[in-house]
Design a protein around this ligand. Structure first.
Ligand SMILES: Cc1ncc(COP(=O)(O)O)c(C=O)c1O
Length: 371
């Protein structure tokens, strides 16, 4: 009798060997410092700055609180231009700050905000742009900065997918006024839950550090209505251990990426969107587009794969602009977001993670090739 097939998910959290964790746990038990800028928290901030090539980084309990706090730190209000093609937390962080999202369409190749469409969406109420480096592909940062400079707008990058990504001039995280990372379990670098804000200068970092600790400065002074968004010591330790293994993990992701590209290149109706050649990639996702020349439509392929135990995901479907709390906005109209709606209806992200076995990847490929 054949063994039942193992389910294959779009990702599997990457974990360091358990035995590496034990000595750190013993130290936490010894220290009795569990949170509030503990020693492992400070060490992870330093090591991440070195690893990522950034100057100032504040750890967070998760990426969403990082986004909410980044908007607070820069006192953003009114309207913010953003992409509908993202995880819902991007736009939710605006609503949590009482800000009106203004959706602008994406570029059909990079899936990122199309800079040529931003200017038309600017009004006297616009205070910032909130783009996403979708799937870790760098936004057109120079064009976006030019627009921001011309109209005196802030730029906060949702860099949740962009851990370790470099563009033409080094770390992508050094662009804009602030960048926000997510270290959620599904991400290339995870701390179970976690996130970070990258600041350009120490003063901004200190302000953000205050905001993530209820607005406290010292023992008795509260300077702002901050929140509790601190990363705990356990997550910080995990981050330190993940850093030991990140290079090997990325190497394996790269192999998987190139096998998909090779094996799917000639499948009619399937496109593997190209990556920019001059970037350092993190291979966080492997999106494919399923068009009308393929034998099945996107949802039929998705259901076929699920039927065979392959749980690919339709990131990002539905579009944020089609969720009930956003669809009433004028900018959410489908005719304003043609590329985003099209991508959302054609996209599937295939399984990619370091422990994906060759035979498992073969199963995924065969399901697609057989149509
Ligand atoms: C683009 C994007 N922004 C924000 C988030 C929110 O991050 P977190 O889950 O760490 O709160 C995520 C993912 O989880 C994401 O994919």
């Amino acid at each position: 009798m054949l063994a039942p097939k193992k389910n294959i998910y779009v990702t599997q959290p990457h974990l360091p060997p358990l035995e590496e964790l034990t000595p750190f746990l013993e130290q936490i038990w010894e220290n009795k410092v569990l949170t509030n800028n503990g020693p492992f928290h400070r060490q992870l901030e330093e090591e991440l700055c070195r690893h990522l090539g950034v100057k100032h980084l504040s750890l967070f309990a998760n990426g969403t609180l990082g986004l909410v706090t980044a908007l607070q730190a820069l006192r953003i209000g009114g309207e913010v231009i953003t992409t509908p093609y993202s995880f819902v937390a991007t736009a939710h962080s605006l609503l949590w700050n009482g800000i009106k999202p203004v959706f602008v369409d994406i570029d059909p190749v990079t899936f990122n905000l199309d800079p040529s469409k931003i200017e038309a969406a600017i009004t006297p109420q616009t205070s910032a742009i909130l783009p996403v480096h979708c799937y870790g592909t760098p936004c057109d940062v120079d064009a976006i900065q030019q627009i921001a400079d011309n109209y005196n707008l802030k730029v906060i990058y949702d860099a949740a997918h962009a851990f370790g990504v470099e563009c033409h001039c080094g770390s992508i995280l050094n662009h804009g006024d602030l960048s926000v990372l997510s270290f959620h379990a599904t991400k290339v670098f995870n701390t179970f839950e976690g996130g970070a804000i990258i600041s350009p200068d120490l003063k901004t970092k200190q302000h953000i550090d205050n905001l993530k600790n209820f607005g406290f400065v010292g023992e008795t002074t509260v300077v702002a209505p901050g929140i509790n968004a601190k990363m705990n010591e356990f997550s910080a330790v995990l981050g330190l251990l993940q850093l030991r293994h990140i290079d090997a993990a990325l190497l394996r992701r790269r192999e998987i990426d190139s096998i998909y590209r090779e094996e799917l290149a000639d499948v009619t109706g399937i496109t593997c969107p190209p990556r920019e050649v001059q970037m350092v990639d993190n291979y966080a996702y492997f999106p494919i587009l399923v068009d009308e020349n393929y034998s099945l439509n996107r949802d039929e392929l998705y259901i076929k794969m699920r039927g065979d135990g392959v749980f690919a995901r339709r990131y990002f479907y539905p579009l944020i602009s089609n969720f009930p709390m956003y669809r009433g906005l004028a900018s959410a109209r489908p005719d304003n977001l043609i590329n985003a709606n099209k991508a959302s209806n054609q996209i599937i992200c295939l399984p990619i993670y370091p422990l994906l076995e060759n035979s498992e990847q073969r199963r995924v490929i065969d399901l697609i090739v057989s149509g």
